[in-house]
Write a protein that binds this ligand. Structure first.
Ligand code: SAH
Ligand code: SF4
Length: 363
């Protein structure tokens, strides 16, 4: 018999906690319902976003991240404009539909102009056909607006955790690392008209199941258009590594991530949800499992191979020694295994966003 909870459209915090703790039959029904909701609202398609890791230079010092400013054990890089354009051209020629430009956080007039110019050039080389998502951290409203006007139309900024007291444990206590500022940024992005994505890390030290339930309620309340969430993976050159005795085993962090994605799919049926690479770092079939559980976006890495090792947010990052071509073939095979189909040459915009704004879906 189907569980009474799963017949509901909206979950209370208590019900979310029950689902996050579920085992056996309830767990099975959770994944079955998430898959059915995804099929009914989004169909079978998986959209691609070619991921360009622009630079690992970062002005911030988040305690969990391997490319934080104070980590002296990595070589810093900054792709040349030419390398970024070539990667975007690869995505265009291989029919990816969209790219994501992600970077360590830099707030400067030079960086703003550089991104604006890159967006303009990429739009031009693809005859406006390549969709552009940015993930370049916290910026002023003016900067976000400039990039939007240049042609970027989606932005990913994870809240990392919706629980402020936990956020404060994971970041230095200063104005540069403020939870409120992150919320303000998310509000600006929405206001400007971006399809706005956020997300959290799952299985952080000191994070409870109740905190994770809060995260899902936060995403629903904020009415996000896209979500990218995945397991926290420790990195030995970061301050948070000292707290690793408080971590759940990796397979449990993976299991919780699957449940978070499945529950959010039931709560927000038409948002875009990414199968993040961190999931694949734990389980080789991670991304396939997550597509089955409710994700509909994959981000194949198209950063030039020689730099990928240095964009180590966490350890054992998968696919750092492959070329963009290897990545393409591997993803196509993986999506097929998951019983889904890659939609080439489509932007795959968030249906949630399009409905809310009464806009037609772009190409
Ligand atoms: N600097 C930008 C974008 C790059 S970081 C920003 O911070 O928004 C992208 C994401 O990597 C972060 O949002 C964080 O959630 C994730 N990340 C960083 N360190 C991680 C770790 N150790 N394990 C898992 N994810 C991590
Ligand atoms: Fe920089 Fe982003 Fe890493 Fe924080 S999470 S240190 S802002 S790259």
């Amino acid at each position: 018999m189907k569980s009474a909870i799963l017949n509901k459209e909206n979950f209370s915090k208590k019900e979310i906690i029950t689902l996050l703790n579920s085992t056996g039959e309830l767990r099975r029904q959770l994944f079955e319902k998430a898959a059915a909701d995804k099929a009914a609202h989004l169909g079978n398609k998986v959209y691609l976003r070619g991921l360009i890791e622009l630079s690992n230079i970062c002005s911030k010092n988040c305690y969990y991240c391997g490319i934080r400013k104070d980590n002296k054990n990595i070589e810093r890089y900054n792709l040349t404009d030419q390398e970024v354009i070539e990667a975007a051209d690869f995505a265009f020629k291989n029919n990816y539909g969209s790219i994501v430009i992600q970077s360590g956080e830099m707030q400067s007039a030079n960086f703003t102009t550089r991104i604006t110019d890159l967006i303009t050039k990429i739009k031009k080389l693809s005859d406006n056909k390549l969709g552009i998502t940015l993930s370049c951290g916290e910026q002023t409203r003016d900067v976000y607006a400039k990039w939007f006007d240049a042609g970027a139309h989606r932005y990913l900024l994870r809240i990392e955790t919706s629980v402020r007291s936990l956020y404060e444990k994971l970041h230095p206590n200063n104005a540069e690392h403020s939870w409120e500022r992150r919320i303000e940024c998310l509000n600006s992005l929405k206001d400007i008209g971006y399809q706005t994505g956020t997300g959290v890390m799952i299985g952080l030290p000191y994070q409870s199941i109740s905190d994770l339930a809060e995260d899902l309620l936060f995403m629903k309340k904020t009415d996000i258009d896209m979500c990218g969430m995945g397991p926290y993976i420790e990195h030995e050159d970061t301050p948070l590594y000292a707290h690793k005795s408080h971590l759940l085993p990796l397979n449990e962090r993976f299991e919780l991530s699957m449940k978070m994605i499945a529950i959010l799919r039931i709560m927000m049926k038409d948002i875009n949800m990414a199968a993040t690479t961190a999931l694949q770092a734990i389980d080789k079939l991670g991304r396939e499992k997550i597509i089955k559980a409710g994700a509909n976006i994959i981000m194949p890495n198209i950063t030039p191979g020689m730099y990928r090792n240095n964009y180590a947010l966490y350890q054992n990052k998968p696919c750092t020694d492959e070329s963009a071509d290897d990545c393409k073939n591997c993803i196509a095979a993986r999506v097929k295994i998951a019983g889904a189909e890659i939609a080439y040459n489509e932007w795959g915009d968030s249906r949630h966003f399009s409905k809310k704004n009464n806009k037609k879906l772009a190409p």
